[in-house]
Design a protein around this ligand. Structure first.
Ligand code: GTP
Ligand code: MG
Length: 660
């Protein structure tokens, strides 16, 4: 169990406060703001029969041809597609600096770029592009930590050599939309798929056997716990870990003593996950904490996320590692409403999760002990939530609601609690779900019922770095990196490639939950101790990958986006902050290629002048520095992003083309 590094939040508190203060779920909330026109209101708050409720997702479905005859079927197919597909991305990590050295992308020999001066230069020069008009975000370097991870000191920030003034700057300026489109067309055919499937080599079969043994026949599930501040997330999960005996009595006794010393007795279970001094003193989770537990059929990697709006970047970092989520709701009168209404994190978290590709949700209606386990109140909350979640693109069948008390521990692992007479297992022996509720099911039962996603273990290896530490005791020059393996597998002594710096690295050890293992595969949260890398080349957001199939690095991408309820329309030249995995990058929307119908994904018009709120479109984005990414169609986890501006979420998107 550990906290990941706090990524300089304290050091740069002011910047963050500025950016996130009042961050509000406005982008999200506005989305559901009710002074909407009846049509817009209908679009977002529609019941399950309204096709438009899927509008948030429709843009991920392939565009349909405007053939009226197909309209009926098309509606169905889009809905199905939407249901299968996951939404696009989000990210937020306001401070980081990345390796800026741009090396020739020799990955895809078919990626035959047009001999464009700007692009050529960008391959060979340092940080080639600076879209003008961008506000500067303080650069941040990944924190190097001592391997015991107790040291949270921040290493000196890498000063990015600004190439803003380089002659290659703003290559898109002055480029006519038509020439951009022409180039898009020319390059698109060669970049439709950048990732080839790699058969699992015979020499991997032993390690796969080890992997299966490690899982003891269970499925691996990455679970994030989110919700409005003080909803009781840490208490709930801390108590669950105590009940499952993952946390022993001695540790719990220490937590109780410590909580009493700080005058925060009610936080004793939360202290299981809130381990830092500051978190304990303030009674607020600030960074993600991780733990592991087992159910009958699953090994669950738990991530407890902070609920406070100031720590949304950390919440996103946790959610980016998750397959499924628990959304914790405070059922007390007024508290649910505060979290759910404008400015509350319940909505923002739900939408961010969906945008990150999380589709299965357990809604834990918590603190039921404070409202005498009222069925009426529970049903009122379920009704409001389900209408909102459906309109946010969640499938009804993927959401379950459960009454809980994290503090008293009722309904966590033991069914048939006397207080829950209206929620008895005997009344529902076949575990039938009615209106999202499975009477008698405990929180643990529901976690056990979640479906793990398919793990792309046969694809080439990719791990997007979320943390960097300085390792000791393993060998000189060894650095520890951690993250969730997005695809493929890795073994001890394997040689891999760090992108974009192109350092060749050797994997000295692979650790899962502080235990050395011989191999790890897609879905595993790992720490890799690597040798051969210059630590100054290592940054959050870099990708360690298979040297035979290096991940592409891009500064210009084409993407399909869905726009939230923004106040100012998007125009060519709109500056954005591009949130991708655990990093963020400044950029600019340089070209509006198509406007799409957000419900059906149909083409509405080519080269629109602007894209307004709640619309969808295909755009071109130029980033200030390279990011390592994939097409969404190749690796979903590495093909989703979120666009934010001034601390507000503007749009979610998926990468459809890597232009350069
Ligand atoms: P952040 O991570 O800071 O967003 O908060 P959190 O959602 O993790 O809440 P936390 O677990 O820190 O709990 C906040 C307060 O709510 C503490 O005082 C808890 O004792 C209290 N609390 C949590 N769950 C329950 C519950 O089920 N019943 C009651 N009565 N109090 C609870
Ligand atoms: Mg907490």
């Amino acid at each position: 169990m550990r906290h990941s590094d706090f990524r300089g939040m304290e050091k740069n508190a002011q910047t963050l406060d500025e950016e996130y203060d009042g961050l509000s779920a406005r982008s999200v909330d506005d989305h559901y703001n009710y002074p909407l026109s009846p049509s817009v209101h209908g679009e977002f708050m529609a019941d399950g029969t309204n096709r438009k409720e899927h509008s948030l997702h429709a843009f991920v479905a392939p565009k349909q041809n405007k053939n009226r005859k197909n309209k009926k079927n098309k509606g169905t197919s889009i809905v199905n597609k939407v249901v299968e597909e996951e939404l696009p991305v989000v990210q937020e990590d306001p401070q980081r600096t990345r390796g800026r050295k741009i090396l020739r992308d020799d990955f895809d020999t078919q990626f035959d770029m047009e001999p464009d001066d700007d692009i050529e230069r960008s391959k060979n020069e340092t940080v080639p592009i600076r879209p003008s008009g961008l506000e500067t975000i303080p650069a941040r370097v990944a924190t190097l930590k001592i391997s015991d991870r107790s040291d949270r000191s921040i290493s000196p920030q890498k000063q990015s050599k600004s190439t803003y003034d380089s002659p290659s700057v703003t290559p898109r300026q002055g480029v006519s939309p038509s020439s951009v489109s022409r180039r898009n067309e020319n390059t698109s055919s060669s970049v439709t798929s950048t990732l080839k499937r790699r058969p699992i080599a015979a020499d991997r079969t032993n390690t796969l056997r080890d992997y299966n043994e490690r899982l003891e026949g269970r499925d691996l599930l990455n679970l994030v716990v989110v919700g409005h501040v003080d909803a009781g997330k840490s208490t709930l999960m801390g108590h669950l870990l105590v009940k499952l005996k993952v946390v022993d009595d001695r540790t719990m006794h220490k937590n109780k003593t410590e909580a009493a010393r700080l005058g925060k007795e009610s936080f004793s279970y939360a202290f299981v996950l809130d381990e830092s001094e500051e978190e304990r003193q303030r009674g607020v989770t600030m960074d993600i904490a991780q733990a592991q537990f087992k159910t009958k059929t699953k090994i669950v990697n738990l991530v407890d996320a902070p609920g406070h709006k100031d720590f949304i970047p950390n919440m996103i970092n946790g959610a980016a590692q998750a397959d499924v989520a628990i959304l914790v709701i405070d059922s007390r009168r007024g508290e649910f409403e505060t979290g759910f209404e404008f400015g509350g994190q319940t909505r923002e978290h739900a939408l961010l999760l969906r945008a990150l590709g999380v589709s299965q949700l357990i809604c834990g209606v918590n603190k039921m002990d404070t409202i005498e386990w009222s069925q009426e109140r529970f049903e009122e909350i379920v009704k409001k939530l389900s209408s909102f979640l459906k309109s946010s693109g969640y499938k009804e069948s993927d959401i379950t609601y459960v009454p809980l008390s994290g503090w008293t521990g009722e309904n966590l692992i033991t069914p048939n609690n006397p207080s829950l007479s209206w929620y008895q297992k005997e009344d529902n022996p076949s575990n039938i779900k009615i209106n999202g509720v499975i009477c008698g099911a405990t929180l643990l039962d529901l976690i056990d019922r979640l479906k793990p996603p398919e793990r792309p273990i046969s694809k080439p290896f990719r791990l997007c770095i979320t943390d960097v530490y300085r390792a000791t005791g393993i060998g000189a020059g060894t650095v520890s990196i951690s993250g969730r393996i997005d695809c493929g597998g890795v073994e001890v002594n394997e040689r891999l490639l760090l992108r974009p710096s192109n350092d060749q690295v050797t994997i000295k050890t692979v650790q899962i939950e502080n235990t050395n293992v011989s191999s790890a595969f897609a879905g595993d949260n790992v720490t890799l101790n690597i040798q051969g890398v210059d630590p100054t080349h290592l940054f959050i957001g870099n990708v360690v990958c298979d040297p035979e199939y290096p991940i592409p690095c891009a500064t210009i991408i084409q993407a399909r986006i869905i726009i939230f309820n923004i106040s100012v329309p998007i125009l060519p030249g709109t500056p954005i902050v591009f949130h991708f995995k655990s990093m963020q990058e400044q950029g600019k929307i340089t070209n509006l290629i198509e406007e799409l119908d957000r419900s059906t994904g149909e083409l509405k018009r080519k080269n629109p002048r602007l894209l307004t709120k709640n619309s969808s479109g295909v755009i071109e984005i130029v980033l200030q520095r390279q990011i390592c990414c994939e097409l969404y169609s190749d690796v979903k986890e590495l093909g989703r992003f979120m666009l934010r501006q001034s601390g507000l979420t503007m749009a979610a998107g998926i990468i459809t083309k890597i232009i350069s």
